[in-house]
Design a protein around this ligand. Structure first.
Ligand code: ZN
Length: 161
């Protein structure tokens, strides 16, 4: 990914994290639509649940940073990437798309989000920003785990839905 931007205020953290969560919600809805196109209602439903989680996370960010306005920084051009595809960042339009491929995209980008929050938690000043980032990193760990669990079920249909 592009170098993780320097974060030195809560407002800057908020601006970057909001962009990251918004992209995740939008991408999950896009992947859900792609899975509908494949008549894969089960994985489409999983992506819609993940979109709802990201939206909720996005909403909670604002509350956790109450009193801080998102910094008016140069927009961070954060876009999901397809780890298997040559497409430009932000292009997830391959059709048809298998569930395996869609889940690989989700996993790679949840991992990127986790890396972002961990990096900020480890390096940012001031400590208030580190603490916020650590909190959000913990939630991204959960998202990574949800995607891994979904992949495991797809790989082993005997385990059911
Ligand atoms: Zn996430």
């Amino acid at each position: 990914m592009a170098a993780i931007p320097q974060i030195s205020t809560v407002g800057e953290f908020l601006a970057h994290a909001l962009a990251l969560e918004r992209e995740a919600g939008e991408r999950y809805r896009e992947l859900a639509d792609l899975m509908d196109a494949e008549s894969n209602a089960r994985v489409a439903e999983f992506f819609r649940r993940m979109a709802a989680l990201e939206d909720e996370h996005h909403g909670r960010l604002g509350e956790r940073c109450a009193g801080h306005a998102p910094a008016a920084i140069e927009p961070w051009d954060y876009r999901w990437r397809d780890p298997e595809g040559p497409g430009a960042p932000g292009e997830l339009v391959e059709r048809p798309m298998t569930a395996h491929h869609a889940l690989a995209i989700a996993l790679a980008n949840e991992q990127r989000a986790l890396d972002f929050f961990r990096e900020v938690a480890a390096t940012a000043q001031p400590p208030e920003v580190r603490a916020l980032a650590a909190e959000f990193a913990a939630e991204e760990v959960a998202h990574v785990d949800f995607v891994l669990a979904r992949i495991a079920r797809e790989n082993d249909p005997a385990r059911g839905t």
